[in-house]
Design a protein around this ligand. Structure first.
Ligand SMILES: Nc1ncnc2c1ncn2[C@@H]1O[C@H](COP(=O)(O)OP(=O)(O)OP(=O)(O)O)[C@@H](O)[C@H]1O
Ligand SMILES: [Mg+2]
Length: 344
């Protein structure tokens, strides 16, 4: 076997985050498995898209990687160093290397502060630089995200939504992160602003050698932006692989219905596309075995008895024990043609 000379940038190893559900007198009555036994790796400079229905655990994954949530089990390594595991305290130096861009761009900026103060603040916390040195860095980053320098004296409510995104990006970039998690980077923006933000993100990736995890409802964004894509369903990754392969030849029945429900992945927003057959199960009472089997047209009794793991073939992983059988008769239609999923 080929020896690797260096570890991948990010290694996520059987990561779980469960939330206790409390009832009367704060007694723990159930456990919500928001993220359950998730593993994948990422190379330096890669863009990994994360898609899945609402509540599938995308943000929980991002926040657990970030250290906002402590993992319930499993671990995360960055450049070979363990940065997250149950009970592990994260070093400050590591905190700056990973940054999370919140879905709500206003959330990262204090409404009472000018942009200048918001951008100086992370540098004050993480460095011992002089004010002049910080100001030079802030000016450099503000130029990189294409914000007018005069905006540094404005407050968040005085700038537009698109500019707020740029300011949110500037706030994390001052710290020279390596891995940036973008949670719904284009949600709530109109199409032209979306395109400008995506173009900016591409440019920043090159300029600052960034690695991105992009969480999005918008399949078109993920398709155009990511090298690889991971599909999540109820806390698990059900499929992961090169973007062109996952979109062009999805292997998991869930991915298939997700894409089929998106009438035109190349078109405008497809937020409404996650309409699947039936309702998702109660997250507090997940089915045994494959969690998708209650909505899967191809489910067999055996799907309920297996701990379904991702089965990889040439870098494309799928967590369905039956995909090899059913894939034979369900070759994907070429892009742009009829949805491949058989309709009722
Ligand atoms: N802090 C928390 N406490 C308890 N439950 C939580 C917490 N955060 C998330 N959850 C639950 O975990 C599950 C996954 O939530 P998460 O926010 O990760 O989903 P998501 O895929 O990001 O959804 P969306 O697309 O709507 O943003 C949901 O059932 C949610 O209610
Ligand atoms: Mg979310």
């Amino acid at each position: 076997m080929l020896e690797r000379s260096h570890p991948p940038l990010l290694e996520v190893d059987r990561l779980s985050r469960h939330f206790p559900v409390r009832g009367f007198l704060g007694r723990r009555v159930a456990t919500l498995r928001a993220l359950d036994d998730v593993s994948f790796t990422m190379e330096d400079g890669e863009v990994l898209g994360i898609v899945g229905e609402t509540g599938s655990g995308k943000s929980t994954l991002g926040k657990t990687l970030m250290g906002i949530h402590a993992p319930t089990a499993g671990e995360v390594r960055l450049g070979g160093t363990r940065i997250a595991a149950p009970g592990l305290r994260r070093a400050a130096s590591v905190r700056a290397r990973l940054q999370y861009v919140y879905q709500d761009p206003g959330a990262s900026l204090d409404p009472r502060w000018t942009l200048r103060r918001s951008l100086h603040e992370p540098l004050r916390i993480h460095t011992n630089w002089s004010r002049d040195r910080r100001e030079a860095k802030v000016q450099e980053i503000v130029a990189a995200v294409d914000l007018p320098r005069t905006h540094l004296d404005l407050y968040p409510h005085e700038i537009s939504g698109g500019q707020l995104r740029r300011a949110g990006l500037a706030r994390i970039l001052v710290l020279n992160p390596q891995l940036v998690i973008l949670d719904e980077p284009t949600a709530g923006l109109d199409v032209s602003v979306q395109a400008a933000i995506l173009a900016l993100l591409r440019e920043l990736r090159r300029e600052f050698s960034l690695t991105y995890i992009v969480i999005s409802h918008d399949l078109a964004v993920v398709r155009s932006f990511s090298d690889r894509v991971a599909v999540m369903y109820l806390g698990r990754i059900v499929e992961i692989g090169p973007t062109a392969e996952v979109f062009g030849g999805p292997r998991h029945p869930y991915t298939r219905s997700l894409l089929a429900a998106a009438p035109r992945v190349g078109g405008p927003r497809v937020t409404e596309s996650f309409l699947l057959l039936g309702e998702p199960p109660d997250p507090l009472q997940l089915p045994w075995g494959c969690r998708f089997r209650t909505r899967c047209r191809l489910a067999m009794p055996e799907c309920g008895g297996l701990a379904v793991q991702l089965d990889y073939e040439a870098g494309h992983g799928v967590a369905c024990p039956r995909w090899r059988q059913w894939d034979m008769g369900h070759r994907p239609a070429p892009p742009g043609s009829e949805a491949p999923w058989p309709h009722r």
